[in-house]
Design a protein around this ligand. Sequence first.
Ligand code: FEO
Length: 165
Amino acid sequence: MDANVRDLLNDQVGNEFHAAYLYLAMAGHFETHGYQGFAQWFRMQAREESGHAMRLFDYLVERGEEVELKQIDQPPKSFGSPQEAFRAALEHERKVTGQINRIYEAASAASDYPTQIMLQWFIQEQVEEEQSTGRAVEQLEMAGENRAALLMLDTSFGERSSGEG
Ligand code: FEO
């Protein structure tokens, strides 16, 4: 495998775990602010991100490449209002989309076809993640400061039990 592609894939294992860590921190934030539903949503999101990291880990192993785990930065402790937290999550997803695109570009430049095929799953996943997080932001912005509306959204987001957003 091209060294640049391998390095980017190794970095992405860390980036996905970083996303998991960030969303787990958001789950903790909401647990302590009375929004158990938003907390559940972010717990599920964190679990998905760990799955993404493992998918890349497994791919490196499958290709016979060395896995090099990088340091994971500490996430913030506090995230403000639900609107602010979900907006930060959307920003983060856009950042991840950029990371995935850069790996795809490197794989294309290196004529690494298997990596391009593997990354197609991630490219599609990012479309879904940006859509589901973007929809959450829209709903929260509609609710504004209305406590009753926010609590209704908290209940509805708390019904998330699997991967889908
Ligand atoms: Fe693994 Fe939400 O990007």
